[in-house]
Every structure is written in structure tokens, then in C-alpha cells.
Design a protein around this ligand. Structure first.
Ligand SMILES: Nc1nc2c(c(=O)[nH]1)N[C@H]1C(S)=C(S)[C@@H](COP(=O)(O)OP(=O)(O)OC[C@H]3O[C@@H](n4cnc5c(=O)[nH]c(N)nc54)[C@H](O)[C@@H]3O)O[C@H]1N2
Ligand SMILES: Nc1nc2c(c(=O)[nH]1)N[C@H]1C(S)=C(S)[C@@H](COP(=O)(O)OP(=O)(O)OC[C@H]3O[C@@H](n4cnc5c(=O)[nH]c(N)nc54)[C@H](O)[C@@H]3O)O[C@H]1N2
Ligand code: SF4
Ligand SMILES: [Mo]
Length: 739
């Protein structure tokens, strides 16, 4: 039986709801009158002490030491004993407390009344949510509600949300901001390896003799990974493939400034050259891969001389990179958003996977085809959020998987949808078409970050009801909401994050959430009660119980974590990389996948995947002659800036205004002076920005950081056909002088 909304039962008081599930954490909660934060600082911590907590910004997953006074964190410093960062941290990590302790956090639920968002009690807000979602379900069916979540809450909360929304509230569709970020890597790995499995460990940065970074600005976006490269004692060749001369490109030993979106022919030409020279690992290819012959024939037309003019790199430079890879003994290939955010993103990621397979650079120290993730828990969202796959990498369309998951959750298999969820862009299309009418947004700010923002905002405005659950009530998305639910965030709750190298790290509560803000975990539990499906949480009084469920779900999967002995073991070991199956010894604090050449596909082999390049959808023309590139601006800014702009220290570390990088020759041609304010216009919208005249961008291209709220007015709704990840890094724009 699918659970139905029981509007008559609603609403009940949060305190009553929590009492039903009273456990060690909720007991504290109930003892604190008027305060609904999750629990106290764990009792094992002395009031004046230090404790380790994993950073909540990027996927590097650094360990930070929280310094407590009176049981509350007053300062942070990098943890020298954590295997990820070895005593280093970037400015965001050092400054992670102040945005949380900012005076303008969301402290009560808000309800829109007569056009204004006004404070309300949890009872009112959840009652309103249940009755409005209920009304939508009654008129338009259960499928008319959907959710959009995130890579920035603990995995336990992601699982709780996914289970609640899809198996409790009856939603068919839910996706996350990981679509904007990692969907490409997921699909590329699944097709090539048989499972979404980034194979590396950070020690590989130190063990490579050739490091190839593609569409990845490590110095800015993953500074501590860059520090790991700096510790490499082998004097490595560091190759950057990026149209921009980024901070990372400047520090590299080779920079290939390819034309935007010409990665495919570039890497196919390198593959052809390696094959032609016999510089491949034929033994590895024969024993462990599928499809080499077809790939060899496919790349035949991609001669270096033939592709060079389109790629915009001299033939000798391309040949030099092929030789570099050929000579390397331990070559690692790394990619980030320059690859993932493209109209042909999956095939581009696979072009890199192909190179690693061809040359046998996988499964050994210092090698790999390595997707670097973005958010602190993107990897958790990929595996356990119940959006694109059933938890633990299971398949909605596989009846055996549905039965297994239902059994482990103690629910009827019929509560599990039999088809995959729509992707983010398709959910927006359904809203536009009037078929999805209620949306719940958790820990993401799509009204700023989604591609072609003007259209996204128009679509959000069509909803019958929009609920936004965030730390702050003034995000670009929260101000559009009908109901705002105030969430406790990083450092205010327990749970785990999974970093880029598959390491599960521990998040702890080191200070109180303000006002009535609640851990997302508790909000989900209250919502479950309000929607008449509180049974789903019966086995989960606290996040660590959800972790146990994750372990059971993972059993027998490539991401098996059944061998982890609870949070205590994560604490003791400094995080643990998946897999660690029951009985498997933890030989080392850094482990990589595929050492035996076996891949998690049905036949144990990896596949060469390839396809002819396609032109980017919006080529520059006379009216819009520039290509616009977007991305991270500085190591002190995070995405839509809801957190980082609340730190006075971080604000001093970047220029707090919108700037457009333009090549000096283009500026001169257009008569634009350095620092002049100009208008950047695309077919979809425009913004004003200061001209930053620099050789960091090639002629004919402009760069604007994604942190500015207006940037996505310019971008165009284009997605990769396989991953449905937006192509944020290519659209046509023009520059106008402001009279
Ligand atoms: N300080 C900071 N760090 C962050 C984040 C943040 O907001 N701030 N966000 C985190 C997240 S979620 C993510 S996903 C990562 C992103 O990390 P990165 O992907 O490293 O960052 P981006 O700047 O988005 O893009 C990387 C580069 O792709 C290049 N590029 C554009 N088009 C092409 C192309 O066609 N081919 C190639 N080869 N390159 C191209 C751009 O010029 C850019 O330099 O950063 C994470 N770390
Ligand atoms: N033009 C352009 N656009 C881009 C990109 C690009 O390169 N160029 N990159 C894309 C990428 S890779 C990404 S990942 C996205 C990121 O896009 P978003 O996810 O929209 O960006 P964030 O600012 O990280 O939004 C996270 C929100 O969650 C809230 N939050 C933080 N912690 C918690 C918590 O514990 N609980 C709750 N409930 N809320 C919390 C924050 O306050 C914030 O409002 O942007 C994408 N957009
Ligand atoms: S590099 Fe990433 S994980 Fe490390 S301190 Fe900076 S933001 Fe946090
Ligand atoms: Mo991302």
C-alpha cells in the first residue's frame, strides 16, 4: 500500500512527534525549551577541548580541528593528523564558523501571507506544507510533487530525504544540484567501468610522474589537492588542458589552451598517436578491456595535423603531450567542470578514461582516470540520495533491487517507483508544462545557479507551492518560496560526507543551531509525521542508525561499507574510503580501486566509449561574437555565496564585484579601458561587469565567475544528452560599452 496523505491528522506538534522517537539526541532536544536544534555537543567532548570535524565546503574533505569553549566551537584550524589535508586548509575551511554564526540566519519557519514571508511556528509551517502538497496530490496526482536536493548535507540526511520523498510522500521525481556538477562523471564511469567508481586516492597526486588536469582549476577550486601535487617528489610533468590561462595553468609545466569545447578531437588525436606509435599497453587492453578494435578504427581520421587547426593548438604541442604520456610511467588523468559541463560531456570524460585504459594507467599508484568531485558530499548524493539510482548504486528498474531495498527498509516493494526519476532540467520542463506543481528544494539555490536563470525563475513562479529549506531565508530561491524551513547546517549536526577519493568522513555537532533551526534530519522526520509516513523513521532515531542502514544497503555492491564499525571507527581512522566490506582488513589509510584489473561490469572488463564530436549549440557569430566561459572565481568564494559572503575575512580575499575577463587585444579593438563598466549581453539576458583586461582568457573568449548572481542570466539551456548536465561553459555573448 502506498502511503496516502492523511490531512485530517494534521498538524501535530513537533515536540509530540519527536517524543515518539525519543532517543539520546531527541531527549536533549526536548529538554531545551523553545530550542529545536539537534541535541547537545556530544557528551564525550569536554567543554574546553578540541575535536576533529570534516570541512563542509568542497569535496577535498579536509579534517579541521574545532576548538571548543564552554562546549561551543570558537575557532578552527587544519588537522595535521588527517590523511587528506595533512595540516593544511584553504581560507574557506579556516573561516567556516563565521557564516554559520552570522546574525542573519533563518531562525523560524516562514509562511507567505498576503505576498510577504512572515514568521510561523513549525506546526503551522508543516501543516501548511502537508495541506498544500496534499491539495496538489488530490487534484493532480502524487506525481505532481517533486524535490531538488543537494551534495551538501550528510549522506544520512540524503538517504532519509530520498526514502521519505519517494517511498513515503509518493513523489516519482527528485534530483539534486549534483546534476549541475557530477552527473557526467557518473554516466561516464557507469558506461565505462560498470559502476560509478572514481578509482583514485589522493596519494596518487604525489606518486604520478605525469599529471594531466583537464578543465580543472585546482589552485582555486581544490587548493589542498594542489598542495598534494606540490608534495610530489618525482618532479612531475603537470599538464593543464584549459582554454584559460588559469592559476593552475600558470603553475603547470605544459598548458594547452585548446579552443573551448574542442577536447574531443584533441584527445582522440592523442589516442590515435599513441596507438600509431605502439605506445599502448596491449597486454592490459587485451586482458581487461572491451572495444579496443572499434576504438582504434574510430580514431583513425583524427590525425594530429588534421585536428590542430580546429583545436587551436600547434601540431608539435599535441605531439609533445602524446610523447609525455608515452614516456610517463605513472600517468594520472584528472578532470572537473571544464569536462563535465559541456554539450558532449560524457564522451569527453570517456575520452580521458580511454587514454588511461589504452596505456594501462589505472589501478597502479600514481595513475587513474579520475573525476574530481565538487561539493563536500557530492559522492554521497551520487550513491545514496535515491534520486538517479536506488540507494547504494541499485537500479529502480530492477525488480530484485526493489525487493532488496524494500526488505532492508521494512516497507512494501510496491512503494518503490519502477522507473527512474526525471532529471533536474526535465523536472523544470514538467513544471513549465503544469504537470509538476509542488516543489521542495533542500540546500540548493537554483534561482541563482541553474542555467538560463531567467527561464528557471519564470518556471519556479508557475508552481502552486514552493518550499525551500535552507540556512538563510534571503537566498535567491528562498525569497521566491511560499514556505521557508530553517535548517541547521555544518557543525550543527552529525552525519558523514564522502569526499572525492571515496573517503567517508565524520561531521559533528560543535555548536548550536540558532533559534528554531532544525537539522535537516529532524525536519525530514517532522515532515514524515505530517505526511502520515512517520513509520519510515521508526528505525532511525539518530543519524548513526541511518548509517547502519546505508551499510546494509551497500552489502555486496562495489561501494560495500559493511566493514566500518560505526562512527567510532571513522573517527579513529581519520575517515575510511569505500569499499570496506565486512571482514576486509583496512590495510592502509589510502586505497585505490582496480589493482587487479577487474572492473565492476558484468564481464569484469572496462569499455572504450566514443562518439563523433558535435558542434557546440551556440557558435559565436557577428551579433554575439564572444564565447562566454564561467566557473570559480577565487578560493574564498563558494557558489552562490550564501555562506562565504557572510565572512568578513573571506570578503577581504576577493574583489566583491562582478568582473568580466577580456583579452587585451579584444579590449583594445573595442576601445574598452581596463576597469570600465561594460554590458555583457547574450540572447537571453544581460549584466553589467567591470572589464578585467587580462591575458588569462584567449582572444574571442570572456570569463565571468559563477558567484555573481547575474551570471546565469546569460547562459543557455543546453544539456549533455546522456548525463543531462548543463553546459555552463559555452554560450555566445557580446560586449557593449555603456554610454
Ligand atoms: N573556491 C571554490 N572552490 C570550489 C567551488 C567553489 O564554488 N569555490 N565549488 C566546488 C564545486 S561544486 C565544483 S564542481 C568544483 C569545480 O572545480 P573546477 O571545475 O576546477 O572549476 P571551474 O572554474 O568551474 O572550471 C574549471 C575550468 O574549466 C575550464 N573550461 C571551460 N571550458 C572548457 C573546455 O571546453 N575544455 C576544457 N578542457 N576546459 C574548459 C574553465 O576555463 C575553468 O578554468 O569546485 C569545487 N571547489
Ligand atoms: N554559470 C555557472 N553556473 C554554475 C556552475 C558554473 O560553473 N557556472 N557550476 C554549477 C555547479 S558545479 C554547482 S555544484 C552548482 C551549485 O549551486 P547551488 O547548489 O545552488 O549553490 P550553493 O550556493 O552551494 O547552494 C547551497 C545552498 O544550501 C544551503 N545550505 C548549506 N548547508 C545546508 C544544510 O546543511 N542544510 C540546508 N537545508 N541548506 C544548506 C546554502 O545556504 C545555499 O543556499 O552551481 C552550478 N552553477
Ligand atoms: S580545500 Fe575544500 S575541504 Fe579543504 S578547507 Fe578548503 S574548502 Fe574545506
Ligand atoms: Mo559542483
Amino acid at each position: 500500500m502506498k502511503s496516502k496523505l492523511r490531512l485530517a491528522d494534521l498538524p501535530r506538534r513537533p515536540a509530540d512527534i519527536l517524543k515518539q522517537h525519543e532517543g539520546p539526541l531527541t531527549r536533549d532536544l526536548l529538554r531545551t525549551p523553545g530550542h529545536f536544534g539537534l541535541g547537545q555537543v556530544p557528551e564525550r567532548l569536554a567543554p574546553e577541548a578540541t575535536t576533529r570535524i570534516v570541512c563542509g565546503y568542497c569535496s577535498t574533505g579536509c579534517g579541521l580541528t574545532a576548538h571548543l569553549r564552554g562546549g561551543r566551537a570558537v575557532n578552527l584550524s587544519p588537522d595535521p593528523s588527517y590523511p587528506v589535508n595533512l595540516g593544511m586548509a584553504c581560507p574557506k575551511g579556516w573561516e567556516a564558523l563565521s557564516p554559520m554564526q552570522a546574525p542573519d540566519r533563518a531562525t523560524t519557519p516562514l509562511l507567505r501571507k498576503e505576498g510577504e514571508l512572515v514568521p510561523a511556528s513549525w506546526d503551522e509551517a508543516l501543516g501548511e506544507m502537508a495541506s498544500r502538497f496534499g491539495a496538489v496530490a488530490e487534484t493532480h496526482g502524487q506525481g505532481a510533487a517533486a524535490f531538488l536536493s543537494t551534495g551538501q548535507i550528510p549522506t544520512e540526511e540524503m538517504l532519509a530525504l530520498g526514502v521519505l520523498a519517494k517511498f513515503g510522500m509518493g513523489m516519482r521525481h527528485g534530483d539534486g544540484n549534483t546534476r549541475q556538477c557530477m552527473a557526467t562523471a557518473v554516466v561516464a564511469y557507469k558506461e565505462a567501468f560498470g559502476f560509478d567508481a572514481p578509482p583514485y586516492t589522493y596519494a596518487d597526486f604525489e606518486q604520478s610522474d605525469v599529471i594531466v588536469l583537464v578543465g580543472s582549476n585546482l589552485c582555486i577550486a581544490h587548493p589542498i589537492m594542489w598542495e598534494r601535487i606540490c608534495r610530489n617528489p618525482h618532479d612531475p610533468e603537470i599538464v593543464v588542458v584549459d582554454p584559460r590561462k588559469t592559476e593552475t595553468a600558470m603553475a603547470a609545466t605544459q598548458h594547452h589552451a585548446i579552443r573551448p569545447k574542442s577536447d574531443l578531437p584533441f584527445f582522440y588525436a592523442i589516442a590515435r598517436e599513441l596507438i600509431r606509435r605502439g605506445a599502448i599497453d596491449r597486454e592490459f587492453v587485451d586482458a581487461h578491456t572491451e572495444g579496443f578494435e572499434a576504438f582504434r578504427r574510430f580514431v583513425e581520421p583524427y590525425a594530429i595535423e588534421a585536428v590542430a587547426p580546429d583545436v587551436g593548438v600547434a601540431p608539435d604541442a599535441i605531439r609533445h603531450l602524446a610523447r609525455t604520456i608515452e614516456r610517463g610511467e605513472r600517468v594520472s588523468f584528472w578532470w572537473t567542470m571544464g569536462v563535465n559541463q559541456s554539450h558532449e560531456a560524457v564522451r569527453t570524460a570517456q575520452a580521458l578514461i580511454n587514454l588511461a585504459l589504452l596505456t594501462g594507467n589505472i589501478g597502479r599508484p600514481g595513475t587513474g582516470a579520475n573525476s574530481i568531485t565538487g561539493q563536500c558530499n557530492a559522492m554521497g548524493s551520487r550513491l545514496f540520495s535515491n534520486t538517479t539510482c536506488l540507494p547504494g548504486g541499485h537500479d529502480f528498474e530492477n525488480p530484485a533491487h526493489r525487493t532488496k531495498i524494500a526488505g532492508l527498509l521494512g516497507i512494501e516493494p510496491s512503494r518503490i517507483p519502477e522507473e527512474n526519476s526525471l532529471a533536474y532540467d526535465q523536472i523544470l520542463d514538467e513544471i513549465e508544462a503544469g504537470r509538476i506543481r509542488a516543489l521542495w528544494v533542500i540546500a540548493t539555490n537554483g534561482a541563482h545557479s541553474w542555467i538560463q536563470q531567467g527561464r528557471a525563475r519564470e518556471i519556479l513562479a508557475k508552481l502552486d507551492v514552493l518550499v525551500v529549506q535552507d540556512l538563510y531565508a534571503d537566498t535567491e530561491t528562498a525569497v521566491l518560496a511560499d514556505i521557508v524551513l530553517p535548517a541547521a547546517g555544518w557543525g550543527e549536526k552529525e552525519g558523514t560526507f564522502i569526499n572525492s577519493e571515496r573517503r567517508i568522513g565524520l561531521l559533528k555537532k560543535v555548536h548550536e543551531a540558532p533559534g528554531q533551526a532544525l537539522a535537516d534530519f529532524h525536519i525530514f522526520r517532522l515532515v514524515a509525521e505530517a505526511f502520515g509516513c512517520g513509520d519510515l523513521f521508526a528505525r532511525w532515531p539518530k543519524p548513526e542508525d541511518v548509517f547502519e542502514t546505508m551499510q546494509e544497503i551497500s552489502k555486496g555492491q562495489p561501494c560495500d561499507i559493511s566493514g566500518i564499525e560505526g562512527y567510532a571507527m571513522l573517527e579513529r581512522e581519520g575517515g575510511i574510503q569505500w569499499p570496506l566490506a565486512e571482514g576486509q582488513p583496512l590495510e592502509s589509510s589510502e586505497r585505490r580501486l582496480f589493482a587487479d584489473g577487474r572492473f565492476p561490469s558484468a564481464d569484469g572488463r572496462a569499455r572504450f566509449c566514443f562518439e563523433s564530436p558535435r558542434a557546440a549549440p551556440e557558435a559565436p557569430d557577428d551579433a554575439y561574437p564572444f564565447v562566454l566561459l564561467t566557473g570559480r572565481g577565487s578560493s574564498s568564494q563558494w557558489h552562490t555565496q550564501t555562506r562565504t559572503r557572510r565572512s568578513a575575512v573571506l570578503r577581504k580575499l576577493y574583489r566583491d564585484e562582478c568582473g568580466v575577463e577580456i583579452h587585451p587585444k579584444d579590449a583594445k579593438r573595442l576601445g574598452i579601458e581596463p576597469e570600465e563598466v561594460v554590458c555583457v549581453r547574450s540572447r537571453r539576458g544581460s549584466l553589467e561587469a567591470r572589464a578585467w583586461v587580462r591575458e588569462t582568457v584567449p582572444e574571442g573568449a570572456l570569463f565571468i565567475s559563477m558567484h555573481d548572481a547575474a551570471t546565469n542570466r546569460l547562459t543557455q539551456s543546453v544539456v549533455d544528452p546522456y548525463s543531462r548536465q548543463p553546459a555552463y561553459k559555452h554560450c555566445a555573448v557580446r560586449l557593449e560599452r555603456i554610454a
